[in-house]
Design a binder for this molecule. Structure first.
Ligand SMILES: *[C@@H]1O[C@H](CO)[C@@H](O)[C@H](O)[C@H]1NC(C)=O
Ligand SMILES: *[C@@H]1O[C@H](CO)[C@@H](O)[C@H](O)[C@H]1NC(C)=O
Ligand SMILES: [Zn+2]
Length: 435
């Protein structure tokens, strides 16, 4: 505690530096106490930086309350950021932004003018959907139809038995069976997985598990900063916040499938996986009028059985970048809310990601979330301002754009089938090799 307090005193007396410091200088140049930078505004949770392109603070020393986490310096923070000392487990709930009112039925996002108009939210009846946050039943007429569609797709589903709860230690046979290509235990990927953006210095920005009450704060920041993201949406949240989902989509963000109830997909039967993905596709289609072509497996839990079902359902898996067993591009922001990690550790993880980014010849994808107040606060207050100040500049775009495909290719209805063939088209069978 003494060391970090002394460092803070020293840091507070140092002048600000210009925003455009070279990345290499981040560990050497003067730092600024984050609490001083963050104290200018109280009602700040939803207020984005005055100008995201010219961040106010040049660099920030982040205090390390436990003394076990190394100090981190950022090139920039949001002048209205929530202080790090408030981004903690059991933080009192900050006021949420007002949820949007329903957009006019028939509206289309300006980035996809050929999209069908959005439906009227008033036509949605929650009773027509499965119970929230539970694996949907597999014997409903809808799910039976989707099971039939998967059978008709012609995609062969490997006959692996589901894994059991407990991860790698509980599943030694599955772990050692390399033909499963189980990402969770060893990081195996297939060419059909999206794991990076092809172009160096390009960040395929993603947020998972929303839409949720603090998502509007993130959307406000992204709008001010002129950034677009991909949102991996939980079906149970989409039926709960349909106007918010429409707002995301109409603002030009990419909407993609997570699942209905956020299970580890490899633990489910084929039918249960189809129900999770099918209902999430359906609620998004019912709210937006379009059906996503991309999905992210919760916890990254995917193997060749899950991959085949995704392919049969016209969903391309999007992971996050992993360059070695110890360098996976996961901020762990999700775990601040539950007290499993600290915001300081999340920023250390972020700095490690940036360090690793400089060593690879591709772009990258990072795991972040918009479900909890804390993860939105660290994104808008710290991670995004720091990324925007990075030199050389990052190109920060949704995953579809980082892949250099058209925005319309993020959805089945607007997909350009000539340039971006869907894995399975109608009842016409088109089998892609999985390997
Ligand atoms: C890459 O990340 C790992 C931890 O995830 C970290 O230990 C390592 O220092 C990072 N590499 C660079 C060059 O920053
Ligand atoms: C591409 O194919 C899908 C599935 O058959 C169809 O719904 C969609 O309208 C097609 N795209 C275009 C631009 O016609
Ligand atoms: Zn998730």
């Amino acid at each position: 505690m003494k060391t970090s307090a002394a460092r803070l005193l020293l840091a507070a007396s140092l002048p600000l530096l210009a925003a455009a410091n070279a990345h290499d200088a981040r560990h050497h140049h003067a730092r600024q106490n984050v609490d001083a930078a963050a104290s200018s505004s109280v009602a700040s949770a939803s207020a984005p930086a005055a100008s995201a392109s010219a961040p106010a603070a040049s660099s920030t020393l982040l205090p390390t309350p436990t003394g076990t986490i190394p100090p981190v310096s950022l090139l920039a923070t949001n002048p209205t950021a929530v202080p790090l000392t408030s981004i903690v487990v059991n933080a009192p709930s900050a006021a949420t932004s007002q949820l949007p009112t329903a957009a006019a039925a028939g509206s289309v996002p300006s980035n996809i003018p050929s999209a069908p108009g959005i439906p009227a939210i008033a036509t949605l009846a929650p009773a027509n959907y499965p119970p929230l946050d539970k694996p949907p039943p597999t014997d409903s007429p809808q799910v039976l139809q989707w099971i039939q569609d998967v059978q008709n797709s012609g995609v062969t589903i490997p006959s692996f038995t589901p894994t059991v709860a407990g991860g790698c230690p509980a599943n030694p046979a599955a772990v050692s069976d390399s033909t499963r290509c189980w990402w969770t235990c060893g990081g195996c990927t297939r060419k059909t997985d999206i794991t990076t953006c092809p172009d160096k210095m390009t960040w395929g920005l993603t947020y998972d598990d929303g839409p949720a009450p603090y998502t509007p704060d993130l959307l406000n920041y992204l709008e001010q900063a002129k950034l677009k993201s991909t949102f991996f949406v939980v079906g149970s949240r989409a039926i709960s916040y349909p106007a918010l989902l429409q707002q995301e989509y109409l603002a030009g963000h990419q909407i993609a499938v997570h699942t209905w109830s956020h299970p580890s997909l490899t633990t489910l039967t084929n039918e249960e996986i189809i129900a999770e993905l099918g209902w999430t596709k359906k609620i998004i289609k019912d709210v937006l009028g379009v059906t996503p072509t991309m999905m992210r497996p919760p916890f990254g839990d995917i193997d060749d059985r899950v991959r085949a079902i995704c392919q049969a359902m016209n969903l391309t898996p999007v992971m996050w970048t992993r360059i070695s067993p110890t360098a996976t591009f996961d901020t762990d922001d999700f775990n601040i809310h539950g007290g499993v990690t600290s915001v300081q550790q999340v920023l250390v993880n972020w700095e490690n990601i940036l360090g690793n980014v400089s060593t690879i010849n591709t772009g990258f994808i990072v795991l972040e979330h918009d479900l909890f107040q804390q993860s939105v606060e660290v994104a808008t207050g710290y991670i995004l301002p720091d990324a925007l100040a990075h030199q050389p500049a990052f190109r920060i775009v949704p995953v579809s754009e980082c892949l250099n495909i058209a925005d319309g290719d993020a959805y089945i209805e607007t997909n350009n089938n000539a340039t971006n063939p869907l894995p399975v088209t109608g009842t016409r069978i088109k089998i892609h090799c999985m390997i």
